[in-house]
Design a protein around this ligand. Structure first.
Ligand code: PMP
Length: 421
């Protein structure tokens, strides 16, 4: 029965579980922007697996390729042996994503999660430069394995590791001290001053728009000055595009708007197009100093995920339609959220973001939590992010239709009104 449907999760699954607490139902089915629970109740999904489901749940064309593949005795697992689907993915990605953007990268499949890409990138940067420290940013999020955790700017996550984690130097993210303060000038001077005692770092790792850290977009100018600092000091620039990439901001890569050219780019989440785990490091060819097998792993570039990744590129990235849709829908979202913020003036709400990666900052943790709970009861899945979990994160599937989007926004608006007054 529905009353004890979560019993197994409460008694058998570890206390570390979180989403099954935020959304206390058992989900069973999904399509597009809709999740359905065991009792047939539907929920609009504005979380999209934290940007894993940019093309919605179960895109029929992507799944069709997967089903055909599964039914024809093709390779699912082959360690990192050469397979025809891996070749097809790399050649296709190069042809329709990299070359049109004037980018040249080699592919390093790591796997299966985002944190695996972060670990490989940090290790490679240290190997290339012979330096050890990494600059990362307040409120940045890069994963929970020890290396990735070391560069994650959130005390709650880092403290779970017990020991202090070595290697990271934290800098304030763009706008952290106010939009008018340029923190890159401080960094530039610090690195130029021998007497500062600050060793040159191997790399700078950043998100161009912080996801878990509270939907904090960096400006073009800030990103460009960081790139200049990297070039001047032989520091590698690593863009973690795990959450913001694959079209979330309207561009395939979230850094395109800033006209920068990262040395290493990390992709995961929506890369496979359907929720299968797949994680990838793109590196400039001259940086490929790895010795064969020097960085290994059993699950690197799962072949089924590569099939669906290629299908996703074919369906969504051979025309401009998706990008244009994201910009257009992002505008509608932003406009509507601004109205919601303005019509609740007493409560200090504000909106920020880029493309279809938006945040409604509620200033207070409890208010955000209450709105999220209320929205869920009304049939909308949204989650919180930010240093204080005070920001409601809006990441609808990029392919969401207009009526579903409006319906979701109606629920959100109603929930905000109910909780504020
Ligand atoms: N980097 C960013 C920007 C992320 O948002 C995440 C996951 N939220 C990660 C890295 C870690 O990815 P994973 O959870 O798959 O290890």
């Amino acid at each position: 029965s529905s009353s004890n449907s979560l019993f197994a999760f409460e008694t058998l699954e570890s206390n570390v579980r979180s989403y099954s607490r935020s959304f206390p139902v058992v989900f069973r089915k999904a399509a597009g922007a809709i999740l359905e629970d065991e009792n047939g109740c539907e929920f609009i999904d504005f979380l999209s697996g934290a940007s894993v489901l940019n093309y919605g749940h179960n895109d029929p064309d992507i799944l069709n390729d997967a089903v055909e593949y599964l039914q024809s005795n093709r390779i699912i697992h082959a360690l990192d042996m050469a397979t025809s689907v891996k070749r097809e993915f790399m050649e296709y990605f190069d042809e329709i994503i990299l070359r049109p953007r004037g980018l040249t990268y080699k592919f390093q499949f790591v796997g299966p999660t985002g944190a695996n890409a972060v670990e490989a990138a940090l290790k490679l940067a240290r190997k290339i430069t012979g330096r050890h420290s990494i600059i990362s940013f307040t409120n940045g999020y890069h994963g929970v394995s020890l290396g990735a955790l070391a560069v994650t700017g959130n005390r709650y996550f880092r403290d779970a590791a017990g020991l202090p984690l070595a290697g990271a130097v934290f800098m304030p993210y763009d706008g952290y001290w106010g939009a008018d303060k340029d923190t890159t000038e401080y960094l530039d001077r610090l690195l130029a001053d021998d007497s500062s005692g600050v060793d040159l770092p191997a790399a700078i790792i950043l998100e161009t728009i912080q996801g878990e850290g509270g939907i904090n977009p960096a400006s073009k100018e800030w990103l460009q000055s960081l790139e200049r600092i990297c070039r001047k000091n032989g520091i590698l620039l690593i863009v973690d595009d795990i959450q913001a990439g694959c079209g979330r901001t309207g561009e395939f890569f979230s850094f395109e708007f800033a006209n920068i050219s990262p040395d290493i780019v990390l992709l995961s989440k929506s890369l496979s197009g359907c929720g299968l785990p797949l994680s990838l490091l793109l590196l400039k060819p001259e940086l490929d100093v790895w010795q064969p097998g020097e960085h290994s792993g059993t699950f690197r570039g799962n072949n089924l995920a590569l099939v669906t990744a290629t299908a996703a590129l074919r369906k969504h990235w051979t025309t401009e339609n998706l990008s244009k849709g994201v910009i257009e829908t992002g505008r509608i979202l932003m406009e509507r959220l601004r109205q919601v913020a303005q019509s609740n003036q007493g409560s200090n709400l504000s909106v920020r973001g880029r493309g279809m990666m938006l945040g409604l900052d509620c200033s207070a943790r409890e208010l955000a939590a209450e709105i999220v709970r209320r929205a869920f009861k009304e049939g909308l899945v949204v989650e919180r992010c930010g240093a204080e979990d005070q920001v409601i994160k809006l990441l609808p599937p990029l392919t969401i239709d207009r009526p579903t989007l409006q319906h979701g926004l109606d629920i959100l608006e109603k929930s905000v009104h109910a909780c504020v007054s």
